[in-house]
Design a protein around this ligand. Sequence first.
Ligand code: NAD
Length: 258
Amino acid sequence: MGSVQGKAIIVTGAARGIGAEIARALAGEGAKLCIADVNEDAAKATAKLIGQGAIAVKVDVSKRESVKALIAETVKRFGKLDVMFNNAGISQTVNFMDVTEKDWQRIMDVNGLGVLLGIQEAARQMKAQGTGGKIINTASIAGKQGYPLFAHYCASKFAVVALTQAAARALASDKITVNAFAPGVVRTELWEQLDREFMDLGLTQKPDQAINEFSQSILLGRYSKPEDITGVTSFLASAASDYVTGQTYMVDGGMVLT
Ligand code: NAD
């Protein structure tokens, strides 16, 4: 596939879920991983579990100074930054008519602004190195379709797709590629939260009903595990994707066909 051996890679939101699995897979292929998360204790535990010299750094992706400090610390420890995964994200189930300004701001700050800041600050470092690099953003099926119970989340993920395209055009001359991947339904703590919120809103009656019902249209017949995503994420971090930029790869078992 093209090696990631020795590449210095940051994954945000990597303390658990999809980010942790992306990092684990890349460390297994010989990359140097920075596990970046707002939950520092969990990030440390994940870095320890991954081993292979992985480090943990606390970051709030919605704060520029925090993202700058994350990149500075990674470069201090690994000497460079080759690949940046802007993966941290949050979600919330709310009826379309009930989304408040506060809900909108909270989701957009992490999922939208967080990705903009991550791209800008990673690119600043890669430009300074003169090496080029790869930036990979976590979008979603919600970045391709509007769902009435996740309107603000969908808006934030459409923003991720837009930022991916704009940044690809802005950064190509510096040999920096920018791509995204779009998971569908992945069984992580994020979906455990959505499942609880569906019940709280009276939309479902029992645990797992929401995830099972939401997964019914998946062509491959099941929701995914974080391990289902890493073939594409490792490809995007590797030299095999050097001639790809500005793209969003659906990794959803066939939910949204583009
Ligand atoms: P998760 O909730 O299991 O993990 C998210 C991680 O991000 C957590 O460790 C959390 O502490 C961290 N985080 C939250 N806010 C942060 C901040 N401001 N700064 C730094 N870290 C922060 O979620 P997941 O399912 O692994 O989701 C990862 C990404 O994948 C998100 O962007 C999510 O929107 C996206 N996604 C998930 C699914 C799914 O079905 N689970 C589907 C499509 C897209």
